[in-house]
Design a protein around this ligand. Structure first.
Ligand SMILES: Nc1ncnc2c1ncn2[C@@H]1O[C@H](COP(=O)(O)OP(=O)(O)OP(=O)(O)O)[C@@H](O)[C@H]1O
Length: 769
């Protein structure tokens, strides 16, 4: 048996050999990349030159078009191969720094020798086809994350395999040197995790490939479920796990899945930026990212859509009637009512609007209604809409034919330059027509078609259905629960109408209105997307989730959240949530995974945060030591601000980012106004995409999903956090801190903190004079 020192020396020798080969490969790939780059340049230049040839003569133009198409494809191919090589260079560069992080020794049968396999972020195969490094996503690599020593199973495309795991070793390798090395019997031992988690945060989230935990691995490798719901406590690695999952899925379905066929709904733009480096660090392209506000705004062009944050800012104190209306409009039952309404709607109840051109009515509402009424009553709404569109387009074409011979058209043709005439001929040639009259008629039609383009677009885009009026009609006939009085509901309907007049729409109307529009017009579905991920799902209503499901009908869903961090609604038990979602989503293969260990914060911070929750006992802290959270009590605004400044300066001596988190935007602005005069401070806004270092001030909802070295919760007084309603907020704030947490109270501290076990924090009390 080699001594630990000898073992490390042997491993280092292997690292050296592998890195040497990786570097040699990197050099070759670099040369290939250079060559590919030169080729792309030449092709692009050629394409550019040809693109600007004189295309006045029609015949020339047609030929040039075909040639250009071919060249365009060549450019695309060249760019594609260049980008593959660039990716390879990046992967090899990473491997030459740290070629692997794990080793497993497996023995398929007692009479065979154990095989040693090394696991890293990407495979590396030498020229004799030996795998010097296995990709972490290869089937055999799951043994590293899942298995303890002894008999282990792993899935392969050919079915389940069994082997004997005789050794598991973890490495931390940096700049080609083994920094740490451990043999472990556990999934992934704590030593390396300790080291990784103890590091300071920087502006980007890191991948967790070397230290994925067993339950996280289950999330990452689930290829079975149509609906995967992950409920995990704050800091349990939900976001990390989905990003690893995306990389895993891309590897497993290389041939059929592209990164842009996956969409991640993220809580805010800062978050999108924060996680943007994880997939590239795993050698993969980023998926698409969108916030709910962006997704909705894109579908309501011309309207200003209320964001969750706007709503939170205006109605932190929603009263009971409002809450009942909101619960109703955000429920699955409401969406079912939309669906039923649309499918039962008779043609004469469709709210059409005139199609207007240049101030005159082109197709009247009555004409459109008559078309609708002439169609079979049993038609599906989308088919009916399509049939109406087709009839209108036919009628438009007839009007174009009539108009093509009008005097104004003939006049235009007479005065037209040769060049414009040729342009209007398009792909046709002069000899294509039987007579000159035919040719002139053709040109005339082109002129009128161009002129009436707007009408065509209005028909094509279905603008002749007034979806706002229709939704209003829907609201008017709704089956209301008894908790909502008729007058309250009438007021709600008026509020919707008034909003539309001012080009505004409230968040609760968005999902149902979009569903109504999509069903009636047969639009809005994206069938290309294969996977949808929703992070911080507790901030989405069921109606919104159902609309997202409707918009991406062929996608599999992964929803992640922590109902304890619900800033905008009540907490719900995970199992119950899954049942509700499974029913609403109507899927067969649904799976729930819960994560209860929190990795982000020190044990002291996690213990403090979990004590805030009524059922926090289920949360396990990861054993990483740090200072106790500090509660500072100050009396009066001036004292509080001085206290804040002292604390900020103290924290800045050891950490690079200090986040001051407030309850809302007004408070953030207030804190910023003070701090900016004393230290470099940034006030973060909803539109920000990047996060600077130093002191940053932001309301908690903008800090969702983020983490900071040090957090100061500003004003956790009894006035600001008076009761149980604020638990989610305080818990979310406290759980953003990785290493240091300070809570500053102006006046008496919130009862939520006053009732805690006093050994969970230190207290710094200003003496009242
Ligand atoms: N297996 C792991 N190895 C190393 N670090 C981990 C692991 N799991 C989680 N972490 C770290 O813990 C922190 C929290 O992870 P992450 O942000 O993914 O959690 P989350 O569950 O999405 O949190 P929240 O709901 O509070 O936003 C991150 O810094 C992440 O890198």
């Amino acid at each position: 048996m080699p001594t630990p020192n000898q073992a490390q020396q042997q491993e280092q020798q292997r690292v050296d050999t592998v890195i040497k080969q990786v570097k040699a490969r990197a050099k070759q790939t670099d040369q290939l990349l250079d060559k590919a780059h030169r080729e792309t340049d030449v092709i692009q230049k050629n394409y550019g030159d040809n693109n600007s040839v004189n295309t006045f003569e029609v015949d020339d133009r047609i030929e040039t078009n075909a040639e250009l198409q071919q060249q365009k494809q060549m450019v695309e191919r060249a760019v594609e191969s260049e980008s593959i090589l660039t990716r390879q260079v990046g992967v090899l560069k990473d491997l030459s720094n740290s070629p692997y992080f794990g080793r497993i020794d497996i023995q398929d049968s007692p009479d065979e020798d154990a095989e040693q396999l090394y696991i890293g972020t990407a495979s590396f195969v030498d020229e004799h086809q030996n795998f010097l490094v296995y990709d972490w996503r290869a089937p055999i690599s799951s043994v590293y994350y899942n298995g303890t020593l002894g008999e282990v199973q792993y899935q392969t495309p050919a079915g389940q395999q069994t082997t004997e795991l005789t050794k598991k070793r973890q490495f931390q390798i940096d700049h080609g040197q083994i920094k740490n090395m451990f043999d472990t019997n556990e999934t992934v031992g704590d030593e390396i995790l300790q080291a990784v988690l103890g590091e300071q945060n920087d502006a980007y989230m890191q991948n967790i490939v070397a230290t994925i935990q067993k339950e996280q691995n289950d999330i990452i490798r689930d290829t079975y479920s149509d609906l995967l719901v992950v409920q995990g406590v704050a800091g349990s690695g939900k976001t990390s796990a989905i990003l690893q999952r995306i990389a895993f899925l891309l590897y497993h379905s290389r041939a059929s899945l592209e990164a842009d066929q996956m969409v991640l709904f993220s809580p805010n733009r800062l978050f999108s930026h924060y996680i943007s480096d994880v997939l590239p660090s795993l050698g993969e392209r980023n998926m698409r990212q969108v916030t709910l506000a962006e997704f909705l705004s894109a579908r309501f062009q011309g309207l200003s859509v209320q964001s969750l944050f706007d709503r939170y800012e205006v109605d932190q104190q929603a009263d009971a009637t409002n809450a009942a209306v909101r619960d109703f409009q955000e429920s699955a039952a409401f969406m079912t009512q939309v669906d039923r309404y649309c499918h039962q709607l008779p043609a004469n109840a469709l709210r059409f609007t005139d199609i207007v051109f240049n101030g005159d009515v082109f197709f009247t509402r009555a004409e459109i209604t008559a078309i609708a009424a002439s169609l079979p009553a049993a038609m599906q709404p989308a088919d009916r809409f399509l049939a109406i569109k087709n009839t209108l387009i036919k009628r438009l074409k007839r009007r174009i034919d009539q108009e093509a011979q009008a005097d104004w058209v003939n006049e235009q043709i007479d005065q037209m330059s040769d060049e414009t005439y040729h342009d209007l001929l398009g792909d046709k040639r002069r000899g294509d027509f039987q007579s000159l009259d035919d040719e002139v008629f053709y040109i005339g039609k082109q002129i009128v078609t161009k002129r009436l383009r707007q009408v065509y677009d209005a028909i094509y885009n279905g603008y002749f259905l007034d979806t706002y009026e229709q939704y209003n009609d829907f609201l008017g006939q709704i089956d209301r629960p008894e908790t909502i009085a008729p007058a309250t509901w009438r007021q709600r309907c008026q509020q919707f109408q008034a909003g539309i007049e001012y080009h505004r729409i409230a968040l609760i109307d968005c999902a149902p209105l979009l569903l109504l529009r999509d069903i009636l017009t047969g639009s809005g579905e994206n069938r290309r997307m294969q996977y949808i991920f929703v992070d911080e799902m507790q901030d989405y209503s069921l109606a919104q989730l159902l609309y997202i499901k409707h918009a991406f009908p062929l996608a599999k869903f992964t929803l992640l959240g922590d109902s304890e961090q619900a800033l905008f609604k009540d907490i719900e038990a995970p199992r119950q949530l899954l049942e509700r979602l499974r029913d609403a989503f109507n899927v067969r293969r649904a799976n729930l995974i819960t994560l209860s260990k929190s990795y982000r914060s020190t044990m002291q911070i996690t213990n403090f945060a979990k004590a805030l929750l009524p059922d926090g006992d289920q949360i396990q802290a990861f054993t990483r030591e740090g200072d106790l959270p500090k509660v500072m009590i100050r009396y009066g605004e001036d004292n509080a601000q001085q206290g804040l400044l002292t604390e900020v300066n103290r924290l800045l001596t050891t950490t690079s980012t200090v986040a001051v988190l407030t309850r809302n935007l007004a408070e953030s602005k207030h804190v910023y106004q003070f701090l900016k005069h004393h230290t470099v401070t940034t006030l973060m806004a909803d539109s920000d995409r990047t996060m600077p270092q130093g002191v940053i001030v932001l309301p908690i909802y903008l800090a969702k999903g983020l983490e900071f070295d040090a957090v100061i919760a500003y004003d956790i007084s009894a006035t600001n956090y008076p009761d149980e309603q604020s638990v989610g907020l305080l818990y979310t704030i406290a759980s953003r801190a990785m290493h240091h947490l300070t809570l500053l109270s102006i006046g008496d501290v919130s009862p939520l903190i006053a009732k805690l076990d006093p050994t969970l924090f230190t207290i710094e009390h200003q003496v009242r004079v």
